[in-house]
Design a protein around this ligand. Structure first.
Ligand SMILES: Cc1ncc(COP(=O)(O)O)c(C=O)c1O
Length: 505
């Protein structure tokens, strides 16, 4: 029996039945059959195949034939027929598999072009490796808490004090106290024409990105999104039926948006432009001049500006973040921010969006936003209850961003260490906690960046996201989250340096 084919068949049967490795272990124990977790994971990873009695048990439990599990010919595909009355129905059909008729549910075709690799196939492989006991260093996700960035005590205390008052739904657009604090924050950022009604809280910025794309885009409507991007923007625009048109950010120019490219890509179907400032994955911070140029383009072509500013308080080198909405009182702008990054409470799920500028032209769109906001009832109320505490007073995060502070020192270290690896170069990030290095693809003969990420994971146990995961077209970049302490980053860079000494695709 071929180990790899057996592994494939086993995974397929498990997926179909919704059975996990641990379920098999439990079922075996219940039947008095000796089957350990490590055995199952060896079968799934193709390292080993089972004895005859275990094979029988697996076939029985997964409702397939032993011969099929062993790699015998399958009639899947040959006898495919639609489910229900012989008429083809999209999304659900019956297949003959392992001798059994099985209904199969397919994901919606709306998801066909949706990509979100921050938690994608390479991450799945890392999870599989972890199940077999391998320790993985995860530099793939901007999640501060696991790296020792703790929520300020005052925030936790205030939330616990208010918990009993947060049992019911709040108003759909958010608690009064939260929206008031966000409105005052908008005033500090000089965002014009913002009233309490123009603010919506969400279960993270993520929910609001999805909501605003769904409310705006008809099939085929175009929206300009940066490349590289935070991929949720492209995913949500696509899911909403829109067409994400990527404009290039220029590595040679501090990763600023390329205005020529933006102009070239505007058509009469373009409704909006998205900017991510400060930027994930590049760590760029856009100066006023760059923002003014974008406003000028939006003005000229009557575009909405969506500005994702979730990292606006994580800025280094004495620079100051400018909200693009403050420069565009005559353009309709939606500005997004939240507490996941600046207050290290990604798990509490709280973000918001602020509508500003020329709201008259967006009256109907705002109706759509309200409708979708009402439909989800409200965002997490305990998390809303601490917005006022978090936004006011002393901002503990600022001490991380200056010399001696963790984010600053980790940025200094990673920037230098990566640039010291032959064949790797990176622009110095000014904000957030990401760096987006370039690989010399000729030197390493890299043609597939996802394969690079998988090879690195398997060989060095380091999990990164490849550039393609951020809608970057060439296979020549990857993103590093530099949240871990310097000792950990050091170990990672040593392994990376070693990997790039011999890696050739
Ligand atoms: C640019 C950007 N926008 C939005 C989000 C989502 O944030 P939230 O936790 O508020 O959903 C992230 C998370 O990494 C991000 O990097």
């Amino acid at each position: 029996m071929e180990k790899e084919i057996f592994a494939e068949r086993l995974k397929e049967a498990m997926d179909r039945q919704g059975i996990k490795q641990i379920d098999l272990v439990r079922a075996a124990a219940e039947q008095g059959i000796k089957l350990g977790k490590s055995h199952v994971s060896q079968y799934v990873s193709g390292k080993n195949v089972p004895r005859a009695d275990i094979l029988r048990f697996l076939a029985r439990t997964l409702q397939v034939e032993e011969t099929w599990l062993e790699g015998g010919s399958s009639d899947v595909g040959e006898e495919e027929r639609s489910f229900g009355g012989g008429e083809h129905q999209e999304g659900s059909e019956r297949k003959k598999s392992g001798g059994k008729n099985m209904r199969e549910f397919k994901k919606s075709t709306k998801l066909d072009n949706v990509l979100y690799d921050v938690r994608g196939p390479v991450v799945d492989e890392a999870a599989r490796m972890e199940e077999t006991g391998t320790q993985i260093l995860k530099l793939n996700i901007g999640n501060p808490a696991p790296f020792g960035f703790r929520t300020p005590d005052e925030v936790i205390y205030d939330m616990s004090r208010q918990l009993t008052e947060c049992e019911g739904y709040s108003a759909a657009n958010g608690l009064f106290s939260a929206r008031k604090a966000i409105m005052q924050y908008a005033q500090l950022k000089q965002i014009p024409n913002v009233s309490m009604e123009d603010i919506y809280t969400g279960n993270g910025v993520s929910e609001l990105i999805n909501l605003s794309m769904s409310a705006l885009l008809n099939d085929g409507d175009e929206i300009l999104i940066p490349s590289p991007d935070y991929p949720l923007w492209t995913a949500c625009a696509t899911l909403a039926g829109g067409k994400a048109v990527h404009y290039v950010c220029d590595e040679e120019a501090e990763w600023y948006p390329d205005m020529e490219d933006i102009r070239k890509k505007i058509t009469d179907r373009t409704k909006a432009i998205v900017i991510i400032n400060p930027n994930n994955p590049t760590g760029a911070l856009y100066p006023k001049e760059v923002l003014n140029e974008i406003v000028e383009i939006a003005r000229e072509h009557q575009l909405i500006i969506f500005s994702d500013e979730i990292y606006d308080r994580l800025v280094m080198d004495g620079e100051k973040h400018v909200s693009i909405a403050s420069l565009a009182p005559d353009v309709f702008c939606v500005t997004y921010s939240g507490l996941s990054k600046s207050h290290m409470i990604a798990g509490f799920r709280i973000g918001w969006m602020i509508l500003s500028g020329n709201k008259r032209i967006a009256k109907d769109y705002i109706e759509g936003i309200k409708m979708l906001s009402n439909m989800r009832l409200c965002s997490n109320v305990p998390a809303q209850s601490i917005v006022q505490t978090a936004l006011g007073g002393h901002q503990s995060v600022t001490s991380y961003l200056v010399p001696g502070g963790r984010i600053y020192e980790q940025r200094e270290y990673i920037y230098k260490a990566l640039n010291d690896i032959p064949g790797i170069s990176a622009v110095k990030p000014k904000a957030a906690f990401y760096i987006f290095p370039k690989m010399d693809v000729k030197k390493f003969n890299i043609t597939d960046d996802e394969k690079f990420a998988l090879d690195l994971l398997r060989e060095k146990k380091i999990l990164l996201v490849h550039g393609g995961g951020f809608n970057w077209e060439k296979p020549d970049h990857f993103r590093v989250v530099y949240l871990p302490r310097i000792e950990v980053l050091k170990e990672a860079v040593e392994k990376l340096g070693d990997f790039f000494q011999y890696y050739h695709q």
